[in-house]
Design a binder for this molecule. Structure first.
Ligand code: G
Ligand code: G
Ligand code: MN
Ligand code: NA
Length: 253
């Protein structure tokens, strides 16, 4: 309960911040996107990991408000960058509960409009388990978002228990290969085969592929050979505050 109260307080007192991890076009080496990742600067505490407080926010019902704050802040930041001549697609992680809000689609449309952004500048990251909940309602909602022009990706791809049938049912733009398959790609033949297979399947389904958790040049070389489009990982950069992302963007152009 103490932590729940602290989360509520954090939202009201502006203790949350977004960091951005570059997403890099493998062929050109240029940053063409960034994933927004929430950070909590809790006074008197060291950094609290979202891996810890996001599940708590989901349990105590604060995820809706926190998720809305994330969307709002990510779009505000895109607008600031746009004014500086930096044009990036920003991806935002969604929790299942956010899709249960019947007003979600309208809210996204309003936020984009208020920040004079094109819908295709925003990407929403969904997990397989999220897609498997309330399949029918989710399909409708995702179709609305897709018609609006918002991009949709599957996060942590390959780690869910779900069947692949949803790749046909949902209007997706991108698969993000989970970092667990990338980690040993250059030493484990099975992981290499999994990555290559995901990439070629995605190619055939007209989906883009982002590899996550790329830390070594050997991993990047293999992913490039397999035809992967984009990568994200400590090899290029950790998630960083917005001003640093702008610097990295300019250096990469
Ligand atoms: O940066 P990392 O430790 O930064 O993120 C840990 C976990 O928290 C990841 O699974 C990531 O998807 C999740 N996460 C980070 N930011 C957000 C957010 O804004 N919303 C949701 N739902 N999850 C987030
Ligand atoms: O679950 P999701 O993919 O949204 O979360 C991304 C998580 O992966 C964040 O916690 C982020 O900090 C972390 N991450 C990003 N790049 C790397 C990397 O190269 N190596 C490792 N170990 N973690 C990474
Ligand atoms: Mn993610
Ligand atoms: Na992921």
């Amino acid at each position: 309960v103490a932590l729940e109260n602290a989360l509520f307080h954090a939202l009201q007192h502006g203790e949350f911040e977004l960091h951005y991890q570059p997403q890099v076009d493998i062929r050109t080496g240029r940053i063409d996107g960034a994933e927004a990742l929430i950070r909590w600067n809790r006074p008197g505490h060291s950094l609290v990991s979202p891996g810890c407080f996001i599940p708590l926010a989901e349990e105590c019902g604060l995820i809706g408000d926190i998720g809305n704050w994330v969307l709002e802040e990510a779009c505000a930041q895109m607008q600031r960058w746009q004014r500086e001549g930096i044009r990036l697609r920003v991806s935002v992680n969604l929790s299942a509960l956010q899709l249960e809000d019947p007003g979600f689609c309208d809210r996204v449309a309003q936020i984009l409009e208020r920040h004079t952004l094109e819908p295709d500048q925003l990407e929403l990251e969904l997990t397989e388990s999220l897609l498997m909940k309330h399949v029918d309602a989710t399909v409708d909602l995702l179709r609305q978002l897709d018609r609006m022009g918002v991009h949709l990706s599957i996060d942590d791809f390959g780690t869910g228990y779900s069947s692949l049938s949803y790749l046909k049912r949902f209007p997706l733009d991108k698969l993000k290969i989970d970092q667990s398959f990338v980690r040993e790609i250059s030493i484990d033949q099975d992981d290499a085969v999994i990555c290559r297979t995901i990439i070629s399947m995605a190619e055939n389904l007209n989906l883009k592929v982002t590899a996550e958790g790329v830390e070594q040049t050997e991993q990047l070389a293999l992913l490039a050979e397999f035809g992967c489009h984009q990568y994200q990982g400590f090899l290029f950069s950790r998630p960083v505050p917005a001003p640093e992302l702008a610097q990295l963007y300019r250096q990469s152009q």
